[in-house]
Design a protein around this ligand. Structure first.
Ligand SMILES: [Zn+2]
Length: 184
């Protein structure tokens, strides 16, 4: 899922040319031949939560995706951060939208660079306050899984798998850290 190269200038819509800008920048950019805008492209943030239930957080809430990509696969609630919110606000919004869950936000848990697609994924831990879920249109089904029940081969994204592995490993240790990883 590479982000395709930019075709048109964001300022005026003219077809861009990838070249070194005239300001000494050392990276090829989408430069507009008409209005001379340098259209910078930078990674996007994906924010989400690891919502857990039970006195020892033994169950994790996963959502079955109702949208592409990876329709029918299971994911932690997450999505692209919006302009008017913090990372924690975005993670909470996605959890509300995708699972309709009642929860309390906890600490930042994982930060993963997905360099191949130009994304940074951030997951916060969240404590569920109820087991009633009202998933939105993006989700076919939202339900709780114990570690043994997690559909490891049916997870939508590698960052979800990695974050769940960190979660259950930390849970066994009895203390939750903050994990940073680079996803190939
Ligand atoms: Zn332009």
């Amino acid at each position: 899922m590479h982000r395709p190269p930019l075709k048109h200038c964001r300022s005026c819509g003219t077809a861009v040319i990838y070249r070194l800008p005239d300001d000494g920048d050392t990276r090829q950019r989408a430069v507009c031949p008409a209005c001379h805008t340098v259209n910078y492209e930078n990674p996007l943030n994906v924010v989400g939560t690891v919502p857990v239930w039970g006195t020892e957080g033994e169950q994790v809430l996963l959502c079955k995706r109702n949208i592409e990509p990876r329709r029918g696969k299971w994911t932690l609630p997450a999505g692209f951060m919006e302009m008017d919110e913090t990372t924690a606000e975005g993670a909470a919004r996605e959890t509300d939208e995708e699972a309709g869950a009642q929860f309390e936000m906890q600490g930042l848990f994982s930060v993963m660079n997905v360099v191949r697609v130009g994304q940074v994924h951030l997951y916060y831990r969240a404590r569920l306050l109820s087991t009633e879920f009202k998933p939105g249109y993006e989700t076919m089904e939202a339900r709780l899984f114990t570690e043994a029940e997690i559909p490891w081969d049916e997870l939508a994204f590698k960052t979800v798998k990695e974050t769940l592995e960190y979660y259950f490993a930390d849970r066994r240790k009895g203390s939750f850290g903050m994990h940073v990883a680079d996803i190939a």
